[in-house]
Design a protein around this ligand. Structure first.
Ligand code: PRP
Length: 179
């Protein structure tokens, strides 16, 4: 997989250190509470698994699937909720966990939906933020890294469902997706 990368943007040690800091920040902010962390599948699963183990609080797990890219490298602009939550979220402190906020459409759509369901509080925790591509005014409350407008894969992020298990975050060579 490494041969398909133009550069490694964030290596696993850098990611690990930052995820630990993010977990510590959430631990401080939610003292005495039991936050419900929602993993937005599939891209967030690797980040989620590491983040929850850096939070020193009781937490609840939830998973939902949203999709906006299909097999393209650019968002289609249409967000689909493919699978919904199993349990009620009304009255809970909810943290949406995302791998990346790009156009911001996915998180804006989900936030809007959650707010209608009567959550007690709602925050967004994103590992990556690509502000150059934003078309909505959403911001992550917890942000791991601000990155340039390049197509990144690894640590959960895919190109056509591949590279999700690459342990670092790399910039894919353009010839890989131009083939
Ligand atoms: C990716 C990513 C975010 C979203 C960000 O998901 O995981 O959910 O796109 O893009 P946006 O800010 O432009 O909406 P994708 O739809 O590719 O599904 P995946 O998580 O299953 O890879």
């Amino acid at each position: 997989m490494k041969n398909d990368m133009k550069t490694i943007l964030l290596d696993r040690e850098t990611i690990k250190k930052r995820v630990r800091e993010m977990g510590q920040e959430i631990t401080r902010d939610y003292q005495g509470e039991v936050p419900l962390l929602i993993c937005i599948l599939k891209g967030s699963v690797v980040f989620y698994a590491d983040l929850v183990r850096e939070i020193d609080l009781p937490v609840r797990f939830e998973f939902m699937t949203a999709s906006s890219y299909g097999s393209a490298t650019v968002s289609s602009g249409e967000v689909k909720i493919v699978s919904e939550l199993d349990n009620k979220i009304a009255g809970r402190h909810v943290i949406l966990v995302e791998d990346i906020v790009d156009s911001g459409r996915t998180i804006a759509y989900i936030k809007n939906d959650m707010l209608k369901k009567g959550v007690k509080s709602l925050k967004v925790c994103a590992l990556l933020d690509k502000p150059d591509r934003r078309v909505t005014d959403v911001q992550a409350d917890y942000c791991g890294f601000v990155i340039p407008d390049e197509f990144v894969v690894g640590y959960g992020l895919d190109y056509d469902q591949k590279y999700r298990n690459f342990p670092d975050i790399g910039v894919l060579k353009s010839e890989v997706y131009e083939k």
